[in-house]
Design a protein around this ligand. Structure first.
Ligand SMILES: Nc1ncnc2c1ncn2[C@@H]1O[C@H](COP(=O)(O)OP(=O)(O)OP(=O)(O)O)[C@@H](O)[C@H]1O
Ligand SMILES: [Mg+2]
Length: 427
């Protein structure tokens, strides 16, 4: 009987020690679970949403990598022309938080891993980094992934292999994001070009119509005013008042249209922006304050002066402030910030004057339309839908831009960018 049992034990490999058999089995199960986890993580690395910001991407990668490799911090580095963009993620109480550092690099040729390591060491001198590079199909290195540790760590070969495989998957995701950002930028530029062409055509047409309408309208208003002096009472008096108000409103539209289409109407001068902003707030600040809106100023006084038409720039800011006022009307803590800062777009320097509100925001499908003449979401008698198209015309006649950024129910920010002349800002 015993001989039989021994034989069975031998056949199934337990032999003398059941304990070692189970611990072996446990080790195999553990190994399989680990491999499974690694596969799960690798799978998740290819699911990064293309619309995420680079900070979010870095935190997401750090969270995934930390499930299978140990490290103190994680860095996603991207090379953008002559700049290195470091997105450094570190764990906080519950999640990962990212901080961003930008550095210029001198090298004209592609950056090697060795050179990159030296640059990273300069940035994080008290850390040791283990990096893999991100390389596109044609072999060009466009970034790096780095595991940072406060103490020198020798990762086992198996971990390094895994890290390399993960890097390969991240590369695909990052290339998709880069491609998406590139395409969205092109689509945006194309939309702007179409819009400018459309506006130019509309501008010419509008100027003609506005001129034609201006004289009869002046006559209508004049005659109604005369009649109003004679007939003040009753229904006729009320009707005349209505005709007069509608006439005034039409005149306002026509004046806006004329400003919108006029090109060399105003004299350009050197403008002191803080001073101009004070003037604008002097004009409508009171109106905003009595509506219970808090107005904050965030003015950079060190900016170079810009050249432009004072009247027209004032008009843009008034349009933007009035829009902001309408947007925050229903808010319990209405706030508008007007500020200035340096900005750069397509590698050209601008001074930006921005108006930001914490109002209703703009629906995504409306963003492409708000600069079109007559586009308005306001009640019939309230908005003419010309404010922004007039403002865009003014921005463009200054060689500048009018940009918008908004999130529904959170904020809207409009930035008027005015070019800094080459000779200004130097010296
Ligand atoms: N700060 C803002 N917040 C939310 N929506 C805005 C903001 N600014 C503009 N908009 C949207 O853009 C539309 C167009 O603005 P625009 O200034 O051209 O016209 P309007 O304000 O409607 O009329 P007008 O300025 O001629 O009296 C607005 O109706 C509104 O829907
Ligand atoms: Mg408006």
């Amino acid at each position: 009987m015993r001989g039989k049992q021994e034989l069975i034990d031998k056949l199934i490999g337990i032999q003398s020690s059941r304990k070692s058999y189970y611990s072996e089995l446990n080790a195999i199960v553990g190994e399989l679970q680990k491999k499974n986890k690694q596969l799960e993580v690798i799978n998740r690395l290819t699911q990064i949403h293309v619309e995420k910001s680079w900070e979010e991407v870095s935190n997401y990668l750090a969270a995934q990598f930390s499930q299978v490799l140990s490290f103190d911090r994680f860095v996603l580095t991207l090379i953008d022309k002559s700049e290195l963009l470091f997105y450094i993620s570190q764990p906080d109480a519950t999640d990962w938080s990212c901080h961003f550092v930008k550095r210029s690099i001198q090298t004209k040729t592609a950056l090697s891993v060795g050179e990159f390591k030296k640059l990273l060491k300069k940035e994080m001198p008290d850390h040791y980094g283990t990096s893999v590079c991100l390389q596109n199909q044609s072999g060009k290195i466009y970034g790096f992934l780095t595991l940072l540790n406060r103490n020198r760590v020798e990762y086992p070969r198996e971990d390094l292999e895994l890290y390399k495989t993960m890097g390969e998957h991240v590369r695909v995701s990052i290339e998709n994001i880069l491609l998406f950002k590139d395409v969205s930028e092109k689509v945006k530029i194309e939309a702007q070009l179409i819009q400018s062409a459309k506006l130019a055509a509309l501008g010419e047409m509008a100027a003609g119509i506005a001129h034609e309408l201006n004289s009869p309208l002046t006559a209508i208003l004049g005659h109604v005013q005369l009649l109003m002096r004679e007939i003040k009472e009753g229904r006729p008096g009320k009707m005349l008042e209505d005709i007069y108000q509608c006439g005034l409103r039409s005149k306002k539209i026509i004046q806006n249209l004329l400003t919108f289409s006029r090109q060399e109407e105003y004299q350009f001068e050197t403008i002191d922006l803080p001073d101009l902003i004070e003037d604008v707030l002097g004009l409508i600040g009171y109106q905003l304050a009595v509506s219970g809106i808090s107005i904050q100023k965030d003015i950079d006084r060190t900016l170079p002066p810009v050249r432009g038409s004072r009247n027209q720039i004032e008009q843009v800011l008034i349009n933007l402030l009035l829009n902001a006022k309408d947007a925050v009307q229903e808010k319990s803590d209405p706030e508008i910030i007007i500020g200035t800062c340096l900005a750069s777009l397509e590698e050209r320097p601008y001074v930006s004057i921005y108006v930001r509100d914490n109002g209703v925001g703009i629906e995504e499908e409306d963003i492409s339309q708000i600069f079109n003449p007559f586009f308005t979401t306001k009640e019939k008698m309230k908005g003419t839908g010309l404010g922004l198209s007039v403002s865009l015309g003014i921005a463009e006649s200054h060689g500048g831009k009018l940009l918008v950024d908004s999130k529904v129910n959170e904020y809207s920010q409009f930035s008027l960018l005015l070019p800094i002349q080459e000779s200004e800002g130097v010296e």
